[in-house]
Design a protein around this ligand. Structure first.
Ligand SMILES: [Zn+2]
Length: 257
């Protein structure tokens, strides 16, 4: 209806959504959150699953995605995590403003550093026009040794999507490390020349048997350098003067500063 004035804000996704016909949709239009969305945030079932909350909020507030009007939940679930987190960041920005108070505890002196973050200033890496997301290849240092002593040292991952996040959110709440294993197992496409059926049967066990340095390598490959909003923050401690690296504090994310 003409009379229904709904101001929307347009953004370009870091990766984009490829529909069933192979068309890439990169322009997303969001509307501000309303009282109804606040109820979605307060909903207990959503509070237990942050990924489902993101799906609900984005399904409500995404007015348009490329040529898709009012994309529904399955589309939001199929979006890459990098795009979902980017949209969530923008949703926060248009609703409450780009300023967000964050607190970072210094790993050396424990000083709580209060910082006013500017969300609009966070670095966003986007794929080039027409570029489709590539798989992430990780060369392991120690590799995955199977029972017969064969060592597999190359892993190929696809980027996670909303459905992956929803599936592992409960596990991450219970135990961050095993939740992470489950997410990596879902996104693992190749482990050296191991047969897919065997790889799938091993599942998360593969990641339990990796050395911590190999796990760190995977983490780095999946989270740094890829498309999306960079959550890395460098803080100068007010207490001891040391510099430390951390990730963006999101505790005030869904509240005005
Ligand atoms: Zn300090």
């Amino acid at each position: 209806m003409e009379s229904r004035r709904e101001r929307s804000f347009e953004f370009e996704l870091p990766i984009g959504y490829v529909d069933a016909d192979g068309r890439l949709h990169k322009k997303a239009a969001l509307r501000k959150m309303t009282g109804r969305d606040e109820a979605v945030i307060a909903d207990k079932s959503n509070r237990n699953n942050g990924a489902r909350l993101i799906t609900e909020l984005l399904s409500n507030c995404l007015v348009r995605l490329g040529t898709l009007e009012r994309p529904q939940k399955p589309v939001v679930q199929a979006l890459f995590s990098a795009d979902r987190h980017f949209l969530l960041m923008k949703l926060r920005e248009i609703t409450f403003g780009a300023e967000m108070q964050a607190t970072y505890a210094c790993p050396t002196c424990r000083e709580a550093n209060v910082v006013m973050e500017d969300l609009s200033a966070l670095e966003v890496r986007r794929l080039e026009d027409g570029e489709t997301p590539k798989d992430v290849v990780v060369e392991l240092e120690d590799g995955y040794p199977d029972r017969n002593g064969t060592v597999y040292d190359t892993m190929v991952f696809r980027y996670p999507v909303g459905t992956d996040e929803e599936k592992v959110a409960g596990m991450i709440r219970e135990n961050a490390s095993s939740g992470k294993n489950a997410l990596m197992a879902r996104c693992l496409k190749e482990l050296g020349d191991m047969a897919p059926a065997r790889r799938e049967a091993l599942g998360t066990a593969i990641f339990n048997d990796l050395t911590l340095s190999d796990r760190a390598r995977i983490d780095k490959a999946l989270n740094e350098g890829g498309p999306g909003v960079s959550m890395r923050r460098e803080i100068n401690c007010n207490g001891c003067g040391r510099k430390f690296t951390t990730t963006l504090d999101m505790s005030n994310f869904l509240a005005p500063s």
